[in-house]
Design a protein around this ligand. Sequence first.
Ligand code: F6R
Length: 245
Amino acid sequence: MNVIVANDYKEMSQTASQMIEEQITEKPDSVLGLATGGTPLGTYHELIKGYHEGRADYSLLSTINLDEYVGLAPEHPQSYRHFMDQHLFRLINIDLENTHIPFGKTEDLEQECSRYEKVIDQIGPPDLQLLGIGENGHIGFNEPGTSFDSETHIVHLTDSTREANARFFESMEDVPTKAITMGIRSILKSRKIILLASGERKAEAILQLIQWELDEQFPASSLKSHDDITLIVDKDAYKKVQRKG
Ligand code: F6R
């Protein structure tokens, strides 16, 4: 595992965006795996800036997002489709037809999961997958206990994950209880993976990621079986590792 420790959130975001831009320059029709949440926002901001400065052309790019809340329509302000459109896709020259996110408002969840896994196999796997990490070690919405063999599936969100995401909703009751997520096996198909973490809130998860062996109780540990992982963390997220070292 390659580890890059950035001074702060901005430097972490710039480092990640540079790696993404290099990937797109090298292969303009790359497939990017993308995440939502607070952590990648700075990276998306840097990519938009780079687009305006002529550093990358997204016209041939395809994207596959990790997850979506069950029950939220694409136009719902808290849906991940809306998040991606608002924070990245509508601000660069990507063809929206080439952006893929599970459809959370489906009547048939099982069918949506198998449709999405087919999308991953037909369009992907991603050349480069961007990940955040939950405080409990989740990646995508793969909570502790998820099989490392899992493909796209439905998850019941844990209370801690719902609480962590409640900040985006008006009240706790509005936070969905289920989500569709790419499975661990689907994520590990990616050729290259970048995991981002920022802030002290993530320090324990990063310490566990570095220390733990493969263990389904800590989903991010599955990344240890992949041969091209780059961890880009800021100093606060790396604090506990440095203290141990
Ligand atoms: C989002 C996702 C999640 C987040 C994780 C961290 O698509 O897959 O695994 O990456 O919950 O979220 P933030 O970045 O908000 O701390």
